[in-house]
Structure formats: structure tokens, C-alpha cells
Write a protein that binds this ligand. Structure first.
Ligand code: SF4
Length: 510
């Protein structure tokens, strides 16, 4: 290992495995060796809550408090909400979760595309198709030319503005490579098919392995959006069973302290997630909330998003089919509802891993972001050009929702939901603590409605079929009327930008 310009370089995978973790950067955030994922506390609260059916009056009081304050709930309250099974009470909770979502994020859903950059990986996660030693996987690292080809499809044909870039953990695709792909993604522009208007990626979120502070600063400086690191399971014994001790990922503490390092490095939009199906779902929700609590305690900033991946089949492993902790769709929806109530301000992401029916149901259970037209094979977009194509030997797991972005947009419009392609937030400095306040007070939801309308207009004009445009026009009108009512004095300024967008201007935002 050598150090160049403050970041470390590794001579090979073995060197990386042996030297990548920086122990002081773990210890700093676990003072006295006490972990914030307090296993005893989680078990105690769950046991207490499970000892008797939840009192409806107490449940309603918790829901009312979440609705009124939009602050993260204490663990005991979350444990109580997790025990509700009565259908009527569950429906009350769902309606409250939906109302909170509307108060915080209005009636919009933000869309993005996953873009897988590489699949070599030094780790051995037993449930994952990318794991080291899986000979069924074809290994590949996108070159920058190949990345541009992928963007030509994702941004140039489908019309996405926001990607989540995904990387295996490997010295060849660590910080330098991630930074280069982010720079390349931002720099590449293509032309929209209908109008010839410039199209491109405006926000690159990253899903990658935990990094040290110095490396996170590099990503901050190239304009990373949200940094996602999913914990997979927070239950330490299960984590250790599924992630071999010889691997970097085998270090539970390195992974759980990653977001603390992110905040230290200035990357203040962070995305939590647990892979549901690996362990008891109630334990995972409790732990996600404790994770949010600890970030709030240290930095006053909670998770920008929480993702809800569910275990899906993958190449060369039977773990996803044989896990004793698999959950059904109703439970999945309950997880979303409770999380929305527990962490009211956070964005909530449900991806194409889910079947269409399941994702449609989540739209009224607190969810705020989804992907569509997704292809998660390495170089899958430009090789196949068909989003429904799946290649088990080139992807981490299999997808269950193969709908196109256009189908999803129309479906949501039919339910009165506006699709947002907005990426203004981090470009205007609305990240971290700044966005937390705006979200909790509901300012962000209204403010972003304007950007949602402008970017939706762009997408309809640049990419949508005439039928889709016609189907979505009434929704746009309704949204503009809503803005007029909410901001009468500012409305003429909004309309000026809207008309400029109709006349071909692009990337206008507030
Ligand atoms: S889950 Fe991530 S770290 Fe684990 S094997 Fe797959 S790509 Fe590698």
C-alpha cells in the first residue's frame, strides 16, 4: 500500500483486504466500544412490545406525535407500531404515513435509474451474485467510453436525469474509479429524441462499499449526490455468518460507521438500507431507526433516504430462496408504513426488485422514490437496449418489475402522482441539515413541486409519446393551479420559467 495525494493505493486485492480498514475511524464513533446498534435494547423493546397486543390508544398517540413533529420516534414507540396487526388500525397507520409523505414530499415521486459500473468484488456475501469466487459471473468494469454508451441510453433514450451508480468492492474500482465515473457521467451530454434538446445526468448518487474519510472527501469534491451503503442485516451474528471474516465486508463496525465518516467528509446526504429477508424484519426496522438516531445525535442530520431492498434470486446461490426470514408483500408494506411514521422526514426508495403490484401498493405507504426502465446487468442498457432483458451472469440479482419509465409515469399520473426528475437539491446546496429543516416543516415539499412540474414538462416534451403527453397534461395543469393558490405572488415567476421550458429551455430550477 502507498499513499498518493492523501488517498491510499493498493497493489492487489490481498493488499486491499489486509489494509483497507482504518481502525481509528471506527473507534472514533464507537466511544467506549459501545455500539449504537444496541442489540440488548432492540431485543428488550421488541420483547416488551410483543408481550401483549398493542393498545390502540397508544398507537394513535404515537401516530399523532409523528404526524405533528416529524421527528424520529423513540425505539419503544417503533417496537409498538411494529406489533400492530389489526387491519383497521393498520389502515389508519397507512393513511397517516401517506399523509405525512404528502406533507413532507407533496404528491410527487422522484425517479432514477440504477447504473452498474463494475462487478469484480473482493467480498464473499453468500446471497450475492457478485461475490468473489462465483465462477458463474462474467466480470466486467465499464470503461469511460462504455459508460458514455450507457448514458446515451439512460439519459438520451429513456430520459433519466438521476442515476444510482453501483460498484462491487475492489481495489480496481475504488475511490479513483468512482470519482472518474462521476465526472464522466456529469460531463457527457446527449440529445433528446423528440426535440434534440440537451439531455444528460444531473445527479449521480452512489451505492458502494464504505470508504475512509479521505476517500469520501474525494467523492464530495466531484459532486456526489447521496452515498448509499446498505447494512444488509444489522443483526451482528447473522451479519458475521453471511459475510466471511476474511473479507473487508466482514467487519460490521467499519460498515455501520461509514455514514459518520461521510458526515465528517462533508457528504451529508446519506442513504441507509437493510436487505429484508436476511433476518427478522422487525429487528432490522428497529436498527435502521437506531442508526438514524445516532447520526442525528452526532451531526443533527438523519438519513436522506432509506432503501428497502428485499432478497431476490441471484446467480450461484440458494440463500435468497432458502432464508427462513423471507417476507410477504403485506409485511413489506407494513415495513414501509412503520418506517415512514418512525423517520417521517426521510426519502423512501423501493426499487425494481419488487413486483409491479407490490410497488404500486407502496405508492400510498410512504414511498418517495422509484426506478423504472431499469437494467442492472453490467453494460446492460447499451448491449441489449431492452430494459426487460436480464442476464443472470452479469447482474447481482434478478429484477421483478420490468415496466418502462413511460408505463410507470402514466400509471402514476392516473393516480394523481407527478413524476419528478428534479435534481436541484444538491446543486442549490439543499443537502444535509439544510434539507432536514425544509423537509420537517413541509417547505421542501411545496418548493419542489415547482421543480417537479418543470422537469416533468421537459421529460414529456423530450421523451414521451403523444398519448402519454395527453394523459399527463391535466395533471400538469392541476399542479400549476396548486402553485398559483399556494404562491400567488411568485406564480408569475414560475410561469415564466414554465413557458421558457415549453419553448425549449432546459434545466431551469428554483
Ligand atoms: S453484496 Fe456487495 S460486497 Fe457483497 S459480494 Fe455483492 S457486490 Fe460484493
Amino acid at each position: 500500500m502507498t499513499t498518493v495525494g492523501g488517498t491510499r493505493r493498493f497493489k492487489d486485492a490481498q493488499d486491499y483486504l489486509e489494509h483497507f480498514i482504518v481502525q481509528e475511524q471506527i473507534d472514533k464513533y464507537l466511544p467506549g466500544g459501545k455500539h449504537f446498534i444496541d442489540d440488548a435494547l432492540i431485543n428488550r423493546e421488541l420483547e416488551k412490545a410483543r408481550s401483549a397486543p398493542p393498545d390502540p390508544a397508544r398507537v394513535r398517540e404515537i401516530v399523532a406525535r409523528s404526524t405533528a413533529t416529524r421527528e424520529t420516534l423513540p425505539a419503544a414507540d417503533v417496537a409498538t407500531l411494529l406489533q400492530v396487526t389489526d387491519p383497521d388500525l393498520l389502515e389508519e397507520m397507512r393513511a397517516a404515513a401517506d399523509a405525512i409523505k404528502h406533507a413532507v414530499y407533496d404528491n410527487r415521486i422522484v425517479v432514477f435509474a440504477p447504473l452498474y459500473m463494475s462487478n469484480p468484488c473482493v467480498n464473499g456475501c453468500t446471497y450475492c451474485g457478485f461475490r468473489s469466487g462465483n465462477s458463474r459471473q462474467q466480470r466486467r468494469i465499464l470503461t469511460m467510453d462504455e459508460l458514455r454508451e450507457e448514458i446515451d441510453v439512460v439519459a438520451g433514450r429513456i430520459g433519466h436525469k438521476r442515476i444510482i451508480a453501483v460498484y462491487g468492492e475492489h481495489p480496481d474500482t475504488s475511490t479513483d474509479y468512482i470519482a472518474e465515473t462521476i465526472r464522466t457521467a456529469y460531463a457527457h451530454t446527449c440529445k433528446a429524441p423528440k426535440t434534440g434538446a440537451p439531455a444528460g445526468i444531473r445527479r449521480v448518487n452512489v451505492n458502494a462499499a464504505p470508504l475512509p474519510v479521505e476517500d469520501l472527501r474525494v467523492l464530495h469534491d466531484v459532486g456526489i449526490g447521496t452515498f448509499q451503503v446498505f447494512q444488509e442485516t444489522y443483526h451482528r451474528p447473522t451479519y458475521e455468518k453471511l459475510h466471511p471474516a476474511w473479507s473487508v465486508k466482514g467487519n460490521y463496525d467499519w460498515r455501520t460507521t461509514c455514514f459518520h465518516r461521510c458526515m465528517e467528509a462533508g457528504v451529508d446526504d446519506v442513504g441507509l438500507g437493510a436487505l429484508f429477508g436476511l433476518y427478522d424484519w422487525q429487528y432490522e426496522v428497529m436498527a435502521l431507526v437506531l442508526h438514524a438516531h445516532d447520526l442525528e445525535r452526532w451531526f443533527g442530520i438523519g438519513p436522506h433516504t432509506i432503501s428497502f431492498p428485499r432478497l431476490e434470486p441471484a446467480s450461484g446461490t440458494r440463500v435468497p430462496e432458502e432464508s427462513p426470514y423471507l417476507i410477504d408483500d403485506d409485511t413489506f408494506k407494513r415495513i414501509l408504513v412503520v418506517t415512514r411514521l418512525a423517520v417521517p422526514y426521510t426519502g423512501m426508495i423501493v426499487t425494481c426488485r419488487e413486483r409491479p403490484e407490490s410497488r404500486n401498493a407502496c405508492l400510498s405507504a410512504g414511498m418517495t422514490q422509484l426506478d423504472a426502465s431499469s437494467n442492472i446487468a453490467i453494460k446492460g442498457y447499451s448491449d441489449s437496449c431492452k430494459v426487460s432483458d436480464q442476464a443472470e451472469d452479469r447482474q447481482q440479482f434478478m429484477l421483478a418489475d420490468n415496466r418502462s419509465l413511460e408505463e410507470v409515469v402514466r400509471y402514476m399520473a392516473g393516480r394523481g402522482i407527478i413524476t419528478s426528475f428534479c435534481t436541484a437539491g444538491y446543486r442549490c446546496g439543499r443537502t444535509g441539515g439544510c434539507i432536514m429543516d425544509a423537509l420537517k416543516t413541509g417547505r421542501e415539499g411545496k418548493f419542489c413541486k415547482i421543480n417537479a412540474v418543470l422537469t416533468f414538462r421537459e421529460w414529456l416534451d423530450d421523451f414521451a409519446s403523444p398519448e402519454t403527453v395527453a394523459a399527463c397534461e391535466p395533471l400538469i395543469r392541476k399542479e400549476l393551479d396548486g402553485i398559483k393558490e399556494w404562491l400567488p405572488k411568485f406564480y408569475p415567476t414560475v410561469m415564466k420559467q414554465y413557458e421558457a421550458t415549453c419553448n425549449g429551455s432546459r434545466d431551469l430550477f428554483f
